[in-house]
Design a protein around this ligand. Structure first.
Ligand SMILES: C[S@@+](CC[C@H](N)C(=O)[O-])C[C@H]1O[C@@H](n2cnc3c(N)ncnc32)[C@H](O)[C@@H]1O
Length: 307
């Protein structure tokens, strides 16, 4: 099926493309010939030009995402281009994986283990913002709760001078297979990885930074009690925290904004806001200065001020 758009507003394009995608099976490709996206270089989205309404490639990619599709490599068609929208299947590992709370839900062989957050530009941007805000002096003792394959600790090691003497990058997770893989990827000091169930609280020790990204929201954990325990008993006087709350999910290998449709009590964004605002309010009560940043994963970074 092929469509052709020139001067139509986005409302009309949305309706036509949604209907075309609705009529085909997952994996099928719907074509649409449109004005060359590079025409939009000096134009706002949808601004009229003689050749048609200007729309950059990222606007078409965003539209595809909203319509359950992904944008494939466009093909030149004279002074226009032919866009190709591949319809995604509804398949999502979030639905198909082991139940929440199972130690191997995120095991080394899971689909989750194939998707590295540090390969997502949006996550990397938020991570860099958060680290800039935290301004952690090194060498430091860092604890990652729900560390999975150790990517967060490895990113710290790569981006800052962790120093050798005195630095500790400790990751804990209840998945034995994830911890084994983390040890294989990041052997020896300053890394240390331990199998640990957070249902019993954080592991022993005092840390300069505690990371908990996409862990505290788990329905199988009391995330609020865990945060209180970290702040009260496991953080140095001017310690930092870096918390993450998921606002994206994978659909057929593509990352899509909006989290937890299955688990949310109400509209999913409301639950995310409740989680973030609760953690932020608590940190402020405990003399932290905070920064909230990010989209697919909302990061909440906190620095405890000296008394
Ligand atoms: C959604 S993943 C996030 C992993 C990593 N922090 C990231 O953002 O990519 C949640 C992680 O927390 C771990 N986890 C969940 N419940 C846990 C528990 N009770 N004790 C220890 N780890 C747990 C899971 O095994 C998994 O590795």
């Amino acid at each position: 099926m092929s469509l052709r758009f020139t001067h139509e507003p986005l409302t009309a394009i949305w309706a036509a493309l949604a209907a075309a995608l609705g009529a085909v099976e997952a994996g099928a490709v719907v074509g649409a010939e449109v004005p060359h996206p590079d025409l939009a270089a000096q134009r706002y989205d949808g601004e009229p030009t003689a050749a048609g309404r200007a729309r950059p490639l990222e606007a078409w990619a965003e539209l595809a995402a909203h319509l359950g599709a992904t944008l494939l490599m466009p093909e030149p068609a004279g002074d226009r281009v032919r866009l190709r929208f591949r319809k995604l299947s509804a398949r999502s590992w979030h639905r198909e994986s082991l139940p929440s709370g199972h130690p191997e839900k995120y095991g080394a062989d899971s689909d989750f283990a194939r998707a590295c957050k540090f390969e997502q530009p949006g996550f990397l941007a938020a991570w860099r913002d958060a680290l800039g805000f935290l301004d952690l002096p090194w060498p430091a003792r860092v604890l990652s709760l729900g560390c999975h394959l150790g990517a967060e600790l490895a990113a710290l090691r790569a981006q800052v001078d962790t120093g050798s003497a005195g630095a500790l990058l400790l990751g804990v997770d209840h998945s034995a297979s994830a911890i084994a893989e983390a040890r294989r990827r990041h052997p020896g000091p300053p890394f240390d990885f331990q199998v640990h169930d957070l249902a019993h609280g954080p592991p022993e020790g005092l840390f300069d930074l505690v990371i908990a990204i996409n862990v505290l929201h788990s329905r199988a954990l009391d995330g609020r009690a865990l945060l209180r325990a970290v702040v009260k008993r496991h953080l140095a006087a001017e310690g930092r925290v870096l918390l993450g709350f998921p606002n994206a999910r994978h659909v057929d290998h593509r990352l899509r904004m909006g989290a937890r449709p299955k688990h949310a009590q109400g509209p999913e964004l409301s639950q995310l806001l409740v989680d973030v605002m609760h953690a932020r309010r608590y940190l402020h009560q405990q003399r932290f200065k905070t920064l909230a940043t990010g989209t697919g994963t909302v990061l909440l970074a906190g620095r405890r001020l000296s008394p």
